[in-house]
Design a protein around this ligand. Sequence first.
Ligand SMILES: CC(=O)N[C@H]1[C@@H](OP(=O)(O)OP(=O)(O)OC[C@H]2O[C@@H](n3ccc(=O)[nH]c3=O)[C@H](O)[C@@H]2O)O[C@H](CO)[C@@H](O)[C@@H]1O
Ligand SMILES: C=C(OP(=O)(O)O)C(=O)O
Length: 422
Amino acid sequence: MDSIVVRGNGPLSGQIPIAGAKNACLALMPATLLSDEPLTLTNAPRLSDIRTMTELLASLGAEVTALQDGKVLAASCHGEINPVADYEIVRKMRASNLVLGPLLARMGHAVVSLPGGCAIGARPMDIHVDALSALGAEIELKDGYLHAKARGGLRGATHEMRFASVGATENFLMAASLAKGTSVLKNAAREPEIVDLARCLRAMGAQIEGDGTSEIVIEGVERLHGATHPVVADRIELGTYMLAPAICGGEVECLGGRIDLIEAFCEKLDAAGVSVEQTHTGVKVSRKNGRIRAVDVVTEPFPGFPTDLQAQMMALLTTAEGTSVLEEKIFENRFMHAPELTRMGANIEVHGGHATVHGVETLKGAPVMATDLRASVSLILAGLAAEGETVVSRVYHLDRGYERVEEKLKAVGAHIERVKAS
Ligand SMILES: CC(=O)N[C@H]1[C@@H](OP(=O)(O)OP(=O)(O)OC[C@H]2O[C@@H](n3ccc(=O)[nH]c3=O)[C@H](O)[C@@H]2O)O[C@H](CO)[C@@H](O)[C@@H]1O
Ligand SMILES: C=C(OP(=O)(O)O)C(=O)O
């Protein structure tokens, strides 16, 4: 297994290009199941999760071809469809559950393995099941698989979710786009990835209004056609790289970044003493004078502070002046980076969903282990702040969500190398 070696760094300077969003692209790719015409996604990120979704779609009968070095995905699904999403592929990635809505809408039936839990928490599907059942699907759990049927096809309906689940909103949007009649989803998720999916579905001929608000109205259509859609910028990759100059000092512009995608995060950076500016080409970040100040953070659905940036923010706060409290409200086990940061000299106490971080003057490099995707990158960021060398092992998690992380950070002056497994 590869590892990443990071050395404590002085100020960074330069530009980092931000890729298309993993979490948007993983919802856009299954939309190809809704049409027999081609769907082309531009600005796709080059990640192992995208290859896993390609493999899953291929197992269902769709074809996804990576063009232009993987930045363009040409997807089509015009032949016979296999409605069974197998455990062996689904278990690799939570987003595999996003084929349920499209398969049901196109085929009238689907058999999709439950994703199972993962390191950061359980991955239940009850909100997805309730939302699709409201559209007339009959769904039962047998042998670890959801067996879904829509006798006579899906019918539009009004449904209110008990929690604004991102994945369930995506499954509902795709299914309701081909249902008969009007659907209204209340307490819908408002994340930018939902807006991006709705834009793509509209380009395919769907009639959707209200995306980006908590009430989405979908007028079902008979069929969807092909389209070309650019994947929205990755707000989590953006936030991650914004933290590099915040930690090391200097000034970095994240090209293609948009503050409106992560306002709650930018407000916390400002309070911590980091300056953030929207330019014509991206987001420019520099560290104001003096030490980073402690801030409290609560993760929440959009437009709140994203759970996917909590680990990276904790890395920044380990060396802040004062005590910060981070509350994780989305996933029950998302503080696995805390003990690893402690190995580097951080002072962190975890009690249930709260982590209290007492800022220390400096961190010290250490061998650490990446336990999940965002935890991995938080350890790299901490390594940039530490004295000496940090070796982050198990970086396969990192490759699920960050393309060419070492190249991007090196280009702004970071001391970082990948050591290939022999
Ligand atoms: C609200 C939120 O921040 N969602 C994040 C979640 O999306 P993802 O779609 O994976 O998760 P959801 O938004 O559905 O779930 C968030 C919460 O709802 C619970 N739940 C979910 C579905 C369900 O049927 N029943 C149920 O109880 C989950 O256990 C979790 O506690 O992970 C993605 C990858 O990290 C992030 O990009 C999303 O921003
Ligand atoms: C947790 C993440 O993804 P997944 O749900 O696929 O593990 C993430 O993107 O931070």
